[in-house]
Design a protein around this ligand. Sequence first.
Ligand SMILES: [Zn+2]
Length: 290
Amino acid sequence: MRLLFLIASLLLAAITVAQTQKASGVADFISIDTPVFVLEHVRVIDGTGTPAKEDQAVVIANGKIQFIGPEESAQIPPGAQRMGRSGYTVIPGLVGMHDHLYYTDSYSLQVVDGKVGEPGLFIAEIPYTAPRLYLAAGVTTMRTTGSLETYTDLKVKSRIEANLMPGPSIDATAPYLEGAPTRFAQMHELTGPDDAKRMVDYWAAEGMTSYKAYMNITREELGVAIRQAHAHKLKLTGHLCSVTWPEAVALGIDDLEHGPVFLPTPNSSRTRSRTCAQQVVAEAAGPNRT
Ligand SMILES: [Zn+2]
């Protein structure tokens, strides 16, 4: 099935800052740069769960969809570029909910005899390739869901917004809210609830737009982080272990990643933290999720 993604940001970019793009390389990724055009004879899947509709026309003007409906009832604006796309399917741009700007493929190389050397597991940022790959896969909006090179993530976001590089609209997630001990060289270890509040406030001020709690956070740190994120009108998700999902839900967490990876038994937070640290190393030897 051939797909056309309705990429509002790129369409807008194509229309408003074409000159800038020509200099930046963004233009290489834009196949339509006329302000008013019609995709004709396409199949439309609108994402609401209704059945696909055949032989549709989609009229787009100045970056916005003006009409979607049967070809025979389409009002084609004068001067519109008409593009017959029989055999293609149009879908909304995808929203990537867990799209990191880094890659974890080297984990297994860093674990020797079940142990990770100091200063811990490290992960490579891929700021050039990742946004392009997500966009190529149809993702037009994405959440980074945990940051390791946070200022790089912010730079990628700002460069995309300025039409200086191709990529989806980015909800930039702050650095992992991780407790001690972490096995990752690039993660800060929270020292308590006050530190959790400080982290949330700082990264909100820097322009991050969501948060992610990680495996060794304590219940007290998580509770403060959730409250403070909500005070900034931002959301917090979690890849948890030391705090159970029911506990996190009771604390008001907005979202949960992966899992189930929590331990069901109500052990002390300290005991569970050690277990979670060991679990990270065990996972590092095989397929991994961060
Ligand atoms: Zn992840």
